[in-house]
Design a protein around this ligand. Sequence first.
Ligand code: FRU
Length: 445
Amino acid sequence: MTAQPTPRTPPRRTPRWTRSQATGIERTAETVLPVVYPPERRIDEERHLWDTWLLRNRDGSIADIDGYRVMCSLTAPADLLPGKRHDVATIRYFYSRDGLEWTCGGRLFDGDALGSRQWAGSALYDEGQVYGFYTAAGSRGEEELTYTQRLAVGYGGTIHTDGEGLTIEGPFEHETLLEPDGERYERENQSRGMLYTFRDPWFFEDSRTGETCLLFEANTPLLEPHGDARDRYEATPEELAFNGSVGLAVSPSGDPTDWHLENPILEGVGTNQELERPHIVVMDDRYYLFISSHEHTFAPGIEGYDALYGFVADSLRGDYEPLNGSGLVLTNPESAPFQTYSYLAYPHREELLVSSFFNYYDLRGLHLDDVAELPPAEQQARFGGTLAPTARLVVDGTNSRRRDVLAHGHLPLPGEALPRSLHSFVEHGGDDDGRDDHESTYRSR
Ligand code: FRU
């Protein structure tokens, strides 16, 4: 008897955010945020703050450290031109008892972190230790800035509290966790696109399977952009240069310093170059994957916005379906298209709260790319540099709709009731561009 060949299961196709889905992106009353005005005080008057994340436990809940919650932010001196902030980004931590008033505790790491600067990440509190995951951008000590990105961790920090406040103390041990493999994840020297990415590690433990995961922002290498890839992604070579993905690494032992690369869980090849700060919220046994992306990183032929995009699946590896048909979940009004960015959703009772930072506002029709042409004082004056009002979001199956917003930088714990809105909020109310009837709510604080 001749042996039958073992049937081979075809390799799983990576879930995709397709061009045809993304061409449906459109502002609606359910997705447009209200206009944001500057708060009376910034969280830190001495510094610009942008990407921010909360210290969380292994199960994803927000860590409660003797009544304090802790957040980490990318920071840069407030007198620096906002556009230069990425070149000197340093992670600082802030703590709060009420989620409204934040105190800066200082730098998370003592100048010993990897990279010439540190970009976004996530923070885990496990068995009394702080694990600060971050992007090591460039190389430590380099004279000229380079843009290589690696996923890194600093671990071993401990937290101390007293009547005065909270401190995170080192020493931290730093390690590079992952670099792109050139096959599943593009290396810098393979990049044909506008920007290569391998960053924003997000710790996630899957409560349903027990799997310990790290999500991150990456790009898919297209080894033959003119052949196979063209048919596979139904996109032209120019469009294929936009090849963003959400990467996945797994730690079989659960050790937060030991990871193996797996295939991406979502690709935006031919659609978008940057699927930033990916994170997952599990609700009703479904996996909600969120990313941030920019108007200018969509491939030619697709009109998207600076926004929060979302996808839902029955398991971690998909298949993912875009929320609201196109993926658009929350965006800025047409009159202030760059006012908020870098969104992070976390569960609060039956809904989600979405934090972001207050980016460029009052641009009066100027595009983000034109900001650098403004006189320095104007650039400073139009940059928020602190947290934006936290948005409330209701997700129902494959649809979502925004609700009211909270004060700038207000990050309540699930046990805390949300404040009543100062103004009556009419669901689905307001104009399509979000310049609705309750603007003064967002002046609070
Ligand atoms: C999003 C982002 C992140 C990156 C950081 C660098 O705002 O592009 O992906 O880590 O900014 O400042």
